[in-house]
Design a protein around this ligand. Structure first.
Ligand code: AGP
Length: 609
């Protein structure tokens, strides 16, 4: 996710926004730039590389301005070069724009604009957006109206900030999906993509809602909805210090990222489903490819591998599309049998995992079609796959992956529904699936309200010597991800199995000290899972069950029960169950005094074999 900053007021705006960018450096970037008002025009200075490069170029001579916007970029469309860095001008150089997120339909817009004679200097989707805004602005409307009309033509998950020398007293911002926070001052106002950039200047902030437009002058801030209706601004006073502000006020990045999951679910779907329930995945293969594919091979590591298992479950149970999942580290040395008509899908949060990258290169040597499901835009795996679907989860800082997993599984569901649309798979009611998927953010919010009860359970079981994670179907795959969380942040040994496997050996490990966590969200096999639970309890083992809200019997069967909201589909119920499992592992680790965000022996991205 990119860093965004903007200031209007009596201070030197160039110094303020440059400082704000420095406070957003923790988010990662590969180029940066600033646009600032200089009399009757806008100056833009931007450089690839670190802020020090921009600083050298910017401060060769003192720069004084009362209005500036600034951006640190994570390479999106186009590599980290000076030309691709933001800000970008419109075609008349009357508007400067910075952007966060992805504009899915930028290619078709660019073709339309080129056909009208537009010339582009960069490879970015941002410059296309700038030209679309320039077209609207040329109609003589106020800048905010041009932004409002233009953003209706853009599809994707994005936020825009823009300024113009023809209206030198205002900054305009649009929040479609990517976060935007306004900083309210006295005789000055500002904005940023994240709170830490604002705190040295103001502690009164306003977090913009999705699909709203902001207009900032030095003495006023107004926010409007997408129809131009004014929205009341209720400032929030921030007490955090800067360090905790980077964690959004949470004690650890992991908890912040667990709580970001509803927002991430909205970001994953933004621009990818339309009002009639049709899935639109720009940039994946064209339709005849999907009718040809006869098998899918999913290749990944760790959490991404567990997301791949969920992808397999969806593709095989819903599309009847044969799917295998491989550990990247095994795939390459296993001399895999690959059908020429198969598709290889590489799942990776970082996009830099060495084993997954090596497996990708093997598939390319074998001339197998490759698709990435990646979070970090511009990463090696994203660049080297034939096509990539970005999870749009934002920067995941904590080593233990949470929101990236949820986003990856959601992308698998969207991809599966897209294939169902193209292949016209009988019996798959895409619009019903989409309707349930669009409820997931609210259901995940509900799961987060279970935290108080989960803390109590964590206090009871935090000293267990061993923990089983068990389930059937998709619950078994979520169990594996839940187990990995407990292992990697609480350092507690786990055993994870399909519940029916217990009798074939693992049951021998059950004692009265061992806890078994059962995923029971699939009502079609719940009675079988309860039987497995009884086998454990008959040997003095204690059981924690995660089930759905309509289940009235589990409390009599399990020692502890967590109830999550129910959806129409077992796949989605199982996915929701990961939220309490993430919270449980987090609180067990916290209560045991573990270092959570940087667990021992682990790295966020394993770039070595
Ligand atoms: C998961 O919590 C771990 N951080 C680890 O298993 C991770 O999922 C794995 O290393 C794969 O990383 P990637 O998604 O960046 O490729």
């Amino acid at each position: 996710m990119c860093g965004i900053a903007g200031y209007i007021g009596p201070k030197n705006a160039v110094d303020v926004v440059f400082d704000q960018l420095k406070r957003l450096e923790y988010r990662g970037y590969d180029s940066a730039g600033i646009a600032y008002l200089q009399g009757d025009h806008i100056e833009v200075t931007k450089r690839a590389g670190k802020l020090s490069e921009l600083g050298k170029a910017l401060f060769e001579t003192p720069k004084i301005a009362q209005l500036a916007i600034a951006h640190s970029r994570w390479a999106t469309h186009g590599g980290p070069t000076n030309e691709n860095a933001h800000p970008h001008y419109d075609q008349f150089e009357r508007v400067a724009i910075i952007h966060n997120g992805i504009i899915e339909n930028y290619l078709e817009l660019k073709q339309e604009l080129v056909a009208k004679g537009h010339k582009f200097k960069s490879q970015t989707d941002t410059e296309v957006a700038a030209h679309v805004i320039g077209e609207e602005y040329a109609n003589g409307v106020p800048l905010e109206e041009a932004a409002r009309k233009a953003s209706k033509r853009l599809r994707g998950a994005f936020s825009l900030v823009l300024m113009s020398h023809t209206e030198p007293d205002k900054i305009v911002c649009v929040r479609n999906a990517s976060p935007l926070v306004l900083g309210l001052g006295n005789g000055e106002n500002m904005l940023a993509s994240d709170i830490p950039a604002l705190l040295p200047y103001t502690r009164e902030v306003f977090i913009m809602d999705e699909n709203t437009i902001g207009v900032l002058t030095k003495d006023s801030v107004h926010v409007y909805d997408s129809d131009g209706r004014s929205i009341p601004i209720k400032p929030m006073h921030i007490e955090w210090d800067v360090a905790s502000a980077e964690r959004g006020g949470f004690e650890h990045f992991m908890l912040k990222e667990i709580y970001e999951q509803p927002q991430v679910m909205r970001q994953v779907t933004a621009g990818r489903v339309d009002d009639s329930g049709v899935v639109r995945l720009e940039g994946v293969f064209n339709e005849n490819v999907w009718t040809e594919i006869d098998r899918v091979n999913i290749i990944a590591c760790g959490t991404a591998y567990h997301a791949g298992l969920m992808g397999k479950h969806f593709f095989e149970s819903t599309l009847r599309l044969p799917t295998d999942v491989y550990f990247s580290s095994e795939f390459r040395y296993g001399n895999p049998v690959l059908s020429p008509k198969s598709l290889a899908i590489f799942v990776s949060q970082s996009g830099e995992t060495a084993d997954t990258l090596a497996a990708l290169r093997l598939c390319k040597e074998r001339r197998i079609r490759t698709l990435g499901i990646v979070n970090v835009i511009g990463s090696s795996i994203a660049r080297e796959c034939d096509r990539t679907i970005f999870t749009q989860a934002g920067p995941e800082i904590s080593v233990a992956s949470t929101k990236a997993y949820t986003a990856q599984v959601m992308v698998f569901a969207l991809l599966g529904l897209y294939i169902a649309q193209v292949q016209e798979v009988p019996g798959v009611r895409v619009e019903e699936w989409v309707s349930e998927i669009m409820r997931m953010d609210a259901l995940a919010e509900e799961c987060l309200t279970l935290e108080t009860d989960i803390i109590k359970m964590a206090e009871e079981i935090k000293d267990m010597p061993l923990c089983f994670f068990l389930g059937r179907g998709a619950d078994a795959f979520v169990a594996m991800e839940g187990a990995l969380k407990l292992k990697e942040i609480a350092y507690i040994p786990t055993q994870e199995y399909p519940a029916g496997e217990m009798k074939h050996g693992p049951l021998a490990l059950i004692t009265d000290k061992v806890i078994s966590i059962f995923g029971c969200t699939d009502s079609t096999v719940r009675d079988k899972v309860v039987s497995n639970m009884k086998e454990v309890q008959a040997r003095a083992g204690k059981c924690l069950a995660i089930t759905t809200s309509d289940d009235t019997l589990m409390e009599q069967a399990a020692d502890w029960t967590i109830k999550i909201p129910k959806t129409k589909y077992d796949f989605l119920n199982a996915l929701l169950a990961i939220v309490p499992l993430q919270l449980l592992s987090y609180h067990i680790a916290r209560l045991n005094g573990c270092e959570i965000d940087q667990p021992r022996n682990l790295a966020k991205s394993v770039t070595v074999e």
